[in-house]
Design a protein around this ligand. Structure first.
Ligand code: C2O
Ligand code: CU
Length: 473
């Protein structure tokens, strides 16, 4: 990005935020269903709930509707957008590991769509890949998604057809998969970080894929949102001594979120693939689009604890770009102190290192085609339709990911988890920075035909999309 386009983008961010209003968190407390002897911890998150219509405690059966909705993002303007069940972000799908999920999906929008369950290691037929599933038709098409939840953790769902438009317009939702073995917190918070590009002349969602920066860097919004509200529009409250689990999800089209915590220690307890064997403390977390982190937050005393988003902006003189912190989510801690509960994470065995069966390379670049315009590629091919690699179930594959062209590429592999060299935990999304090479160790344990792509939705839409096959043993 040249200095001037960067500056423009950031001026817009600041302008958007100046209008931010503080409104209370929609605070839908979601009932996970009441199994005898276990209740889900209180969950504070995006508005909107899914009603489980199945009496079986091990089955969660819900209806999910993609629809056209007029929404106010908290800045006083109502805009035509798209939602799941009327809210943005959509309702939290909450269940327990091992539960069977039945989603009666209805598409009431004007475009075909699918629902992809980002991070869930389910069967490829239920994965929402338009390469496998005939998209659900516009104007009342239906499809029933059915799968069993294999792993606890924080996941999310979104369309996989014209994803750059449908996600920006509001089709995103989160999934919380509980594990009964996890400690029970005073509360859990689902915090969805996003941004949106608003055209300053019309005050509407800007048209798609029109600007050169959007084609090159992906669509970076000029307004930051937390749980669908212009940030810092979400406020929570807690009492001194309480301990919570926050589940952070980045659902933006392109913006990598860089966050810190003020007023408390940032302690990471989970990654994309669920909880860590050994939690760790840090000062800054970087979430490329698609990524999740679970953090444990302890309110030591009265005051304010805030999740801060670090963004680039112009300095006062307007001649330099600096990093500034903007609160994304604020918790006011006051009232009578409580005795902190004892949070004991059951010891997880550190998994044995998996020997590498195979090594492959993926190179990310772009060409500027005189006819087609900018085409993003993986190993020299845009929109590759045949599998780039075929592996066998159970294989561990070292993938070397090389970014040969400019901006960053958050690489996402469907249906599998991987290790990122030098970092604890398992992931399904990894940031490959500008000019960088990153090595991951993929655990190819889930047979099927799986999309592999850059999660900057404009890059994916313009070709940075391929697939791998994992053949059953
Ligand atoms: Cu959230 Cu194909 O991805
Ligand atoms: Cu990319």
């Amino acid at each position: 990005m040249t200095r001037s386009t960067l500056a423009l983008a950031l001026v817009l961010v600041l302008a958007g935020c100046g209008e931010a209003m503080l409104t209370p968190d929609g605070g839908g407390t979601v009932d996970a269903g009441s199994d005898v002897g276990w209740t889900a911890p209180p969950l504070v998150g995006p508005e909107g709930a899914l009603e489980d219509t199945n009496p079986d405690p091990n089955i969660v059966e819900v209806t999910l509707r993609a629809e056209l909705t007029d929404l106010d993002l908290g800045d006083g303007t109502v805009r035509p957008m798209m939602t799941y069940n009327g809210t943005y972000p959509g309702p939290v799908l909450q269940a327990e590991v091992g539960d069977e999920i039945i989603v009666h999906f209805e598409n009431h929008t004007l475009g075909d769509t699918t629902v992809h369950w980002h991070g869930l290691r389910i069967s490829d037929e239920m994965d929402g890949s338009p390469r496998i599933q005939e998209p659900v038709a516009a104007l009342n098409g239906t499809f029933t998604y059915r799968f069993t939840l294999p792993d606890a953790g924080t996941y999310w769902y979104h369309p996989h057809v014209r994803a750059n438009e449908q996600l920006e317009l509001g089709l995103v939702g989160t999934i919380v998969v509980h594990d009964r073995e996890d400690p029970v917190f005073d509360a859990e918070r689902v915090i969805v970080l996003d941004d949106v590009l608003i055209d300053p002349t019309t005050d509407q969602i800007a048209p798609f894929l029109r600007s050169h920066p959007e084609l090159v860097h992906g669509r970076t919004g000029n307004v930051l949102l937390t749980n669908g509200v212009v940030s810092p529009g979400v406020e929570g409250s807690a009492r001194p001594g309480q301990i919570e689990r926050w589940r952070l999800v980045n659902t933006a089209n392109a913006r990598t979120m860089s966050v810190s915590l003020s007023g408390a220690t940032l302690r990471v307890v989970g990654t994309d693939a669920g909880r860590l064997a050994e939690p760790f403390e840090t000062t800054r977390l970087v979430l490329p689009v698609g990524q999740r982190y679970d953090v444990e937050v302890y309110y030591e005393g009265a005051g304010t604890v805030a999740l801060q988003s670090h963004v680039l902006a112009l300095n006062d003189a307007g001649d330099d770009v600096i990093e500034i912190a903007m609160p994304a989510y604020v918790v006011n801690v006051d009232g009578e102190a409580v005795t902190p509960r004892e949070i004991v994470w059951p010891v997880l065995p550190t998994p044995d290192a998996r020997p590498v069966d195979r090594e492959v390379e993926m190179e990310f670049d772009a060409i500027d085609d005189p006819v087609e315009g900018i085409q993003w590629r993986i190993n020299g091919v845009s929109h590759r339709m045949e599998p780039i690699f075929t592996f066998s179930e159970g294989e561990t594959v070292r993938m070397t990911l090389r970014n040969l062209a400019g901006p960053e590429h958050p690489f996402h592999l469907h249906g599998q988890f991987f290790e990122i060299e030098g970092r604890p935990g398992l992931y399904d999304t990894v940031l490959v920075g500008g000019g960088a090479t990153v090595t991951i160790l993929a655990h190819l344990d889930n047979p099927g035909q799986w999309m592999a792509h850059c999660h900057i939705l404009e890059h994916a839409e313009l070709g940075m999309m391929t697939e791998i096959v994992v053949t059953p043993r």
